[in-house]
Ligand binder design. Sequence first.
Ligand SMILES: O=C(O)CCC(=O)C(=O)O
Ligand SMILES: [Fe+2]
Length: 255
Amino acid sequence: MAEAEAEPLGPFEIQPQPMTVQEIAAIGGKEVLERYIRRADDSGGGALDVCFPVLGVPIIDLQLLASSSSTAINHGITGEFLDTEQEVARQFFALRSEEKKKYTREIGSIEGYGNDMILSENQTIDWTPDLVLGVKPHADGSAITMLLQDKEVEGLQVLKDDQWFNVPVVPQALLINVGDQVEIMTNGIFKSPLHRVVTNTERERITLAVICSPHPDQEIQPVEDLINETNPRLYCCDVDAPHGATEIKTRRSHQ
Ligand SMILES: O=C(O)CCC(=O)C(=O)O
Ligand SMILES: [Fe+2]
């Protein structure tokens, strides 16, 4: 097929370009051009000649996220649900020891009742905080741990700058603890804190913990983009090697 011949371009008018605001200002123009005038039906908000309230824009200090523990509120879990969870836990621990032992944790399992053994129903322990710790100093081997702490009774302590600090109770907030795996993945930017729980001679304390971890077969290592000349790799990818996940956990719990 023969190619269509291009139509010769006829004379065309050059449309005058509207002046920019800067050009108008430069020649001292005072009149507001029609196209800049806000019409009554322009969307949003009503009159412009009023005092506007200041919007509270939250400031997120990202540095705080790098601190080892943080408290999450407005997490969307209802207070009623959290109270029920805590009540169920309380009821379970109030059962007779032989009942609880039916749910004893099996060797190698992470599910089930029991940690340090109760030797007899009549066993008494002096819970004086100087003598007995509720939970020994450790860092969590998880990626993150979420703790629903007892609403009234403190006990959790975190080691910072060689000093133990009490973690305050914030009812129905979730305490998010960075675990060893996130410490490794962030190449040490987020630190997995050493923590422990002290006992209370007067009052019972119940904390619920949700432990979040990748699959045990999932090899973890620092994110490559976080490693550079100024931030060299702090952890190897092989968990059996020095500074691997296993090592960091044991090193910390023996400190
Ligand atoms: O009881 C607590 O508040 C902390 C428990 C804890 O450290 C843990 O479950 O790893
Ligand atoms: Fe812990």
